[in-house]
Ligand binder design. Structure first.
Ligand code: SF4
Ligand code: SF3
Length: 547
């Protein structure tokens, strides 16, 4: 196997024996074969669009299949074998449709015509023989191709969440197919690949906007909300991942059963949505980020439901209590089908729950774009009067590597006249810090999940409009942490928007070659994090010099 798509990659630039995430070589090979089959399918989808053919089932399937290969989503070989079969079935259906419409169907590439093996073992062998790289000869082109593929997985995650709520955009599917089909070509130049990569950022902005519209359209705009970190006596169910629709179903189906619903990880900001917070048994938040599951899930006295990433290999101590749904999967773990959460609810009722009230602190969430723009005047006055000196967006994924303490220390050292905005699961490094406020504006603003990066971009754009300067001229610095591929697509969006001087950590992606990195540094001044003291001094001194 060879996988280098996340930050947790083994030393040497790729996981080759087993993934640090727990992905086994057979699953890695099946994921590669699935991507390969999607590339073949994309040839017909691109050709089909020229002939006026688009197939909604294929579109929804393609982004779901891509999302299933994102880090920490699915580890089940059987699931990937069935997705490969389905992909080839849809490819053949599309081929017939395109042919009937007079489009080209005679593709020489084997991805367009291969037949999957009949057994998982045969498919694994086929997967071992294919490559995910667009051009194995030129390392820089290969690097740009991988960046595109990983960005596509991020786009697919957002598109999946949006389409679940009935929001779709033809331009997103079109780009996904075009980019996947490009990966079968050997003739594209470095410049052409740079354009494909930046287009990935552009399309990701579009799909994040689509998801924002889907979430706020269905559940309302988040409002600042205080969330308890303690527990209430009684039965308890824990919901992790990112999917609001799954959470809504769980809230509906557990209502009136004496169960309190708790969020875990990236579900924390869902407490702020009016159409979710209206449920009286939607109680509080339990635990921190994904990498702490083994301890936190083992201690939780009820069922745990994983709606999306990040799933870690379940320990035996809670294997009976954990359930997966949607695209998430682990071999042997009970999967919820058709949104019927009865097995998890029954398991919760059989478990002890919390024996008594556990008092705890509270945290605030819900500072998404609407809430922040609602107090824009206060924010602008604060900056103009000098009360607010600088904004930091400290955002992105959490993970297990020791260097991630940087983000905790960074936030703790941010001067008192500065505001920290945050989103995604990296916030759990500092989310419960008491940071006070500046003239009524909290110094720590939780914008939401990684799925809400669009909100942060809108806040930055609104500030730049209000001050009449570009985003790069604002007293705003981005200090980002990455782990999986949604972070790759968000980074590409920031580059597409021309945002410079981003600090990225805890390490830089191993799939970037020195030349590609050099391109990013020269054009976007992107830089690795150093130490909190050094980075803070560099940011704030630069501002003082420029003032
Ligand atoms: Fe390794 Fe990350 Fe790939 Fe898992 S997803 S195999 S940890 S690079
Ligand atoms: Fe986290 Fe997995 Fe990226 Fe949603 S839950 S940000 S890592």
């Amino acid at each position: 196997m060879f996988c280098n798509q996340c930050e947790q990659v083994s030393k040497g630039g790729g996981c080759t024996k087993i993934g640090t995430c727990g992905k086994k070589p057979d699953v890695a090979a099946l994921q590669d074969l699935l991507i390969y089959s999607l590339k073949g399918l994309s040839l017909y989808a691109v050709e089909g669009r020229k002939a006026g053919i688009a197939d909604a089932e294929t579109d929804e399937f393609s982004v779901s299949a891509l999302f299933s290969t994102l880090t920490n989503v699915n580890f089940d070989a059987e699931k990937f074998a069935s997705l490969i079969q389905e992909s080839v079935g849809l490819r053949e259906k599309l081929r017939e449709q395109v042919k009937a419409a007079g489009g080209q169907t005679g593709f020489a590439d084997e991805a367009a015509s291969f037949t999957p093996g009949e057994t998982i073992e045969e498919m694994v062998k086929q997967g071992e023989a294919v490559t995910i790289m667009p051009n194995e000869v030129d390392a820089d082109i290969s690097s740009l191709g991988q960046t595109t593929l990983y960005g596509l997985k991020g786009i697919a995650a957002y598109a999946y969440h949006a389409q679940v709520l009935g929001h779709k955009d033809e331009a997103v599917y079109t780009y996904v197919y075009e980019a996947l089909a490009s990966m079968l070509r050997k003739d594209l130049s470095m410049e052409e690949w740079v354009a494909i990569v930046l287009k990935c950022g552009e399309v990701n902005l579009k799909v994040m906007e689509l998801l924002d519209a889907a979430n706020t359209g269905r559940y309302g705009h988040p409002v600042p909300t205080e969330v308890p970190l303690g527990a209430k006596k009684g039965k308890a169910i824990l919901v992790s991942g990112h999917d609001l629709n799954d959470l809504e179903d769980i809230l509906k189906q557990s209502e009136g059963k004496g169960i309190n619903v708790y969020t875990h990880g990236e579900m924390l900001p869902t407490h702020a949505y009016p159409e979710l917070k209206k449920y009286s048994h939607f109680y509080g938040h339990y635990g921190t980020a994904w990498q702490n599951q083994h301890k936190e899930f083992a201690e939780f006295p009820g069922a745990v439901i994983m709606t999306t990433n990040c799933l870690k290999k379940p320990h035996d101590s809670y294997r009976e209590n954990i359930f997966t749904c949607g695209l998430v999967g682990w071999p042997g773990v009970t999967h919820i089908n058709d949104h019927d959460y009865t097995p998890a609810i029954e398991r919760t009722l059989a478990l002890p729950g919390f024996p008594e009230d556990l008092p705890g602190r509270t945290v605030m969430t819900g500072f998404a774009r609407n809430a922040v723009m609602g107090v824009a005047d206060k924010v602008i006055d604060g900056v103009k009067s000098g009360a607010i000196r600088h904004f930091f967006l400290v955002a992105g994924c959490d993970g297990a590597k020791p260097g991630r303490n940087y983000y905790t220390e960074f936030v703790e050292k941010v001067p008192e006249d500065c505001v920290v905005m945050t989103l995604a699961c990296g916030k759990f490094r500092f989310f419960d810090r008491e940071m006070g406020d500046i003239g009524g504006i909290p110094r720590l603003l939780d914008i939401g999940q990684c799925n809400d990066a669009y909100s942060a971009i809108q806040i930055a754009l609104a500030l730049s409009k209000a001050f009449g300067v570009g985003v790069n001229e604002l007293p705003l610095s981005m200090v980002l942490s990455w782990y999986e591929q949604k972070a790759v697509s968000i980074l590409l969006t920031l580059l597409y928007l021309g945002i410079k001087d981003i600090r990225l950590g805890p390490t830089l992606p191993s799939f970037l070659t020195p030349n590609v990195l050099d391109f990013l540094v020269k054009n976007y001044d992107i830089k690795p994090i150093t130490t909190p003291d050094e980075d803070l001094a560099a940011i704030l001194n630069k501002e003082a010099v420029g003032a």
